[in-house]
Ligand binder design. Structure first.
Ligand SMILES: [Zn+2]
Length: 145
């Protein structure tokens, strides 16, 4: 899943935000619970709104891909049109700049939509928490501040 870069998860129990790994994203996609890397509670994405947003990420990856194709084709067409004398050099330059501008705006918007933090809820509590795990949580919290 190439679209998954930059997605973070927030553990509701230990209050730590961490970068989600591909296997964790897969687990979320199939609504399978997984361990928090810090407090080892079993987490799951319960919010249906966020789940819907998460599912829409593939769609945004497709948008970005088709924008790359569209931009390349448009630039080549403008170049060929200029060679054939259909448009002037200035016209070709204007079209190319406009196409690039649209490309970057769409890419920026798609990236913005892809950057999200998922609120992960504890679904099954673990009974005892070993002291070294508590220390790890404390360290991670400290380094985030
Ligand atoms: Zn946690």
């Amino acid at each position: 899943m190439t679209a998954a870069i930059g997605i973070k998860g927030h553990c509701a129990h230990c209050d730590i935000t961490f970068e989600l790994k591909p296997w964790q994203l897969n687990a979320i996609a199939i609504e399978e619970p997984f361990d928090c890397p810090y407090c080892h509670r079993i987490l799951q994405l319960c919010c249906t709104r966020q789940l819907r947003q998460f599912r829409a990420l593939d769609h945004w990856a497709l948008v970005r891909l088709s924008m790359v194709v569209f931009t390349c084709v448009a630039l080549i067409v403008a170049l060929v049109a200029e060679w054939l004398g259909l448009i002037s050099v200035i016209g070709q330059l204007n079209i190319s700049l406009l196409v690039l501008l649209v490309h970057f705006l769409v890419a920026r918007y798609a990236r913005h939509r892809q950057r999200m933090t998922l609120d992960l809820q504890v679904v099954r509590p673990v009974n005892a928490l070993p002291i070294e795990q508590l220390a790890r949580i404390a360290c991670a919290r400290f380094s985030q501040q």
